[in-house]
Ligand binder design. Sequence first.
Ligand code: PLP
Length: 361
Amino acid sequence: LFQERIYNFGAGPAMLPNEVMEIAAAEFLNYKGSGMSVMEVSHREPLFEDVIKKAEILLRELLDLGDDYSVAFFSGGATLHFSALPLNLLKEGESFDIAHTGIWTKKAWEEGLKFNGVNVIHDATENHFTDTPVLTDANLSGKGKYLHITSNNTIYGSQYPELPKIKQVPLVADMTSELLSRKINVKDFGVIFAGAQKNIGPSGLSLAIIRNDLLGISGRKIPVLLDYSVMVKNQSLYNTPSTYSIYIAKLVFEWLLKLGGIEAIEKVNEQKANLIYDFIDSSSLYMCPVQKRSRSKMNVVFLLKDKNLDSKFLDEAEKNGLHGLGGHRLVGGFRASIYNSMPLAGVQKLVSFMKEFEFKT
Ligand code: PLP
């Protein structure tokens, strides 16, 4: 079965490690001798409570989270936090700052405006989203109560090479397409959130890591499933959570710890990214529009200098078992998403294919 799996370079839902899928397949119908699939187990039974507790413990271990941070799992994806953040962190009439670096900050900005004011402190529209800013306290508006950034811009393929250190207000980071891929200092953040479908597990699940002093500060009426305090207090079991997705996330966390944790995967991720960017820079057919310092280690965006070859390139890639290389519908070109689960061998195969394609044309 697993021999037939291909390399999926899609941006998400993305491929998951074969080792994880093998365990999930083996346990699919009969989880730990219960005669039930995990998805058939009540979220109130010890069998599942154990899964969600372990998932949090493993995530805490991976990120070296202290007691001053809470973790909660949500159903509803990363987008849910675009609504949840202002409601949880701001009183009516207050505003937040945002550094606009791509489509996901635009969406957070638009959603934020429904509830509060938004101060755009950096706008990468002028450079066509090919770079990320160096942000310090000096960039803050002075009015915003927190700063929202997208640390890795999935669609444009740009990433903050160094994450900002902001002291005057809490830093809130959408890390959907990079969480667990490189070492971060959680203490630099007020809230980190991520949709699961890149480095964590199935889509529809998201998680948030919230500094405890930020819980309950808005005093607003918040829809219950968006209320960070309620979710934390109930250990993500206020209602029926996405049980099967949380189970897969737990398996992914176990896999990552077994590999040696974030330090180990970061090395592989750098190797993968260097391999592909170095090749692109040396080629006369391919080019990467993103500034070198901000090139994403997760989403490699590239173009063919001869656009007439675009569909041929995609067709031949598919025939070679290299799937999902088309760029985002709003941007075009190509994108190789090389999240934690993409093995080095997948990137080596892609680069060999690209070389051969260039040689032939
Ligand atoms: N933020 C980033 C950086 C993303 O890449 C995505 C989706 O790919 C989202 C937010 C939205 O996630 P979701 O579809 O889970 O709401």
